[in-house]
Design a protein around this ligand. Structure first.
Ligand SMILES: *[C@@H]1O[C@H](CO)[C@@H](O)[C@H](O)[C@H]1NC(C)=O
Ligand SMILES: *[C@@H]1O[C@H](CO)[C@@H](O)[C@H](O)[C@H]1NC(C)=O
Ligand SMILES: *[C@@H]1O[C@H](CO)[C@@H](O)[C@H](O)[C@H]1NC(C)=O
Ligand SMILES: *[C@@H]1O[C@H](CO)[C@@H](O)[C@H](O)[C@H]1NC(C)=O
Length: 410
């Protein structure tokens, strides 16, 4: 009984109990059936919990790669961002920026001159071709998609930019939302934000970014943060909010040994350093203004039965999708109206995860004895119990709400 209670308690922690100032709750008045809305959010408690835990973290966002949520975010002034290019001149207009040097270096590399009739040439549309393009060598889109170089220009440049003000009108699309796959990584972008239903054509990231920035004009959003191997920012107008710091030429393509041999491994290493966070507060997330497919009674069934644990939006009802889209728009304006003030829900979630996760793992393992299990359970639950007069209902209530009370506004 104790164990059941214990497990229940940890799962009962749900953001739907957060309190009236939390945005999803205040939206109640705008949805047709507030109880359905609330019940749904409560049913999806574990998913919402995980989404908050994984926000801006490479590890959880890769495991649960089909993100279902949107969060307004801010990149503070003085943040350095990187861009790989085949031209030295600063970017104007829309482009990709990487948060990690290693990520941008992938796009900054000089290349051998392509054989005649192959590869980049003037007039070629921006954006490498699909997976069949033999010259790609890099993902389609990403922090370094460039205008076609001049004939014979095989040089690469690493650009550094720095924000000269807070970029406060950004939308973060969670999961592996920059992953050009047909597995569902693009569902929230394509189905919700772009109203494109053909999820079998994941490429064409330039068009995708243009569509996002058109929506950005409508909604007053200046950029979108996504994740592939590495976090990136699609910034809709490089001449607004960024200072160009430098563009250093990369070593030439035919450099002797010692320059380029390991760059792909270095890329993966750089990205893996961000498994548990982007570091240095470079992206400030407004958790209180999260909008999520998990808040709605949508059909999230994955048509691929072997991946049934990962949600998809391909079977979701279009009316519900439309409501979610409206919610995202509303969240962005609410977040700004509140000056991006938020409760540090990820901090709260981290406190819960760090207290319980190793102990749950021990309890679930076959090696622990009954006595060891009792020690752990009794220790974990002790905080909720007055041993003078054990009162299970109030102990349960206390367990459910304990961490929700320590809400730090950031
Ligand atoms: C989405 O596209 C479909 C047709 O492809 C159209 O019927 C529908 O009105 C569009 N929805 C929105 C919100 O633009
Ligand atoms: C980009 O920002 C600059 C500086 O604010 C502005 O002059 C320009 O019109 C903007 N470009 C677009 C396409 O909005
Ligand atoms: C959800 O979608 C799946 C796949 O399209 C379908 O088989 C299932 O019947 C749907 N569930 C509901 C409740 O409509
Ligand atoms: C212990 O519980 C009893 C019954 O609820 C109560 O009367 C008593 O005051 C409690 N004792 C202490 C020391 O709190």
């Amino acid at each position: 009984m104790l164990l059941r209670w214990f497990l229940c308690s940890t799962y009962l922690v749900s953001f739907s109990q957060a309190g009236p100032q939390q945005f999803p709750i205040s939206l109640e008045t705008e949805v047709q059936n507030p109880n359905t809305f609330k019940d749904n959010a409560r049913d999806k408690g574990p998913e919402i919990f995980n989404a908050v835990h994984s926000a801006m973290r490479q590890w959880g966002s890769s495991l649960k790669h089909n993100g279902m949520s949107f969060l307004p975010v801010k990149v503070p002034a003085k943040t350095q961002l990187y861009h790989g290019s085949r031209v030295k001149e600063p970017v104007t207009g829309m482009e990709w920026l990487a948060f990690e040097i290693e990520h941008a270096e992938m796009f900054a590399r000089s290349r051998g001159r392509p054989p005649p009739g192959k590869g980049d040439r003037p007039g070629r549309p921006r954006g490498p071709g699909g997976p069949k393009d033999p010259d790609r060598g890099q993902p389609d889109g990403g922090p370094g998609l460039n205008p076609p170089p001049m004939e014979g220009d095989n040089k690469g440049y690493l650009h550094i930019y720095q924000t000269n003000r807070d970029l406060s009108k950004l939308l973060y699309i969670d999961g592996t939302s920059a992953g050009k796959t047909s597995m569902g990584t693009l569902d929230t972008t394509d189905i919700v934000l772009r109203n494109v239903t053909d999820s079998t054509a994941p490429w064409g990231d330039y068009q995708r970014a243009e569509d996002l920035c058109s929506l950005g004009l409508e909604w007053d959003v200046e950029g979108f943060i996504r994740m592939e191997a590495g976090f990136e920012l699609i910034l809709c107008n490089f001449t607004d909010g960024l200072d160009f710091v430098s563009a250093y030429q990369r070593p030439p393509y035919d450099q002797p040994e010692g320059y380029a041999g390991l760059y792909q491994f270095e890329y993966v290493r750089g990205v893996a350093q961000r498994y548990h966070g982007i570091t240095a507060g470079r992206v400030q997330v407004d958790y209180s203004s999260m909008a999520s497919a998990y808040f709605y009674p949508l059909n999230l069934t994955n048509p691929d039965e072997t991946k049934s644990d990962l949600p998809r939006l391909v079977s979701a009802e279009s009316e519900g999708i439309q409501r979610l889209k409206t919610h995202v728009h509303h969240s962005l304006s609410q977040s700004r109206a509140h000056g991006h003030q938020t409760i540090d829900w990820q901090g709260v979630v981290d406190m819960i995860v760090t207290r319980y996760s190793d102990r749950l793992k021990l309890l679930a393992s076959s090696t622990s004895s009954q006595l060891e299990m009792l020690y752990e359970i009794n220790f974990l639950l002790s905080i909720f119990i007055d041993y003078n007069s054990t009162d299970i209902p109030s102990a349960k209530e206390s367990c459910t709400t304990h961490y929700l009370k320590s809400r730090k506004v950031i």
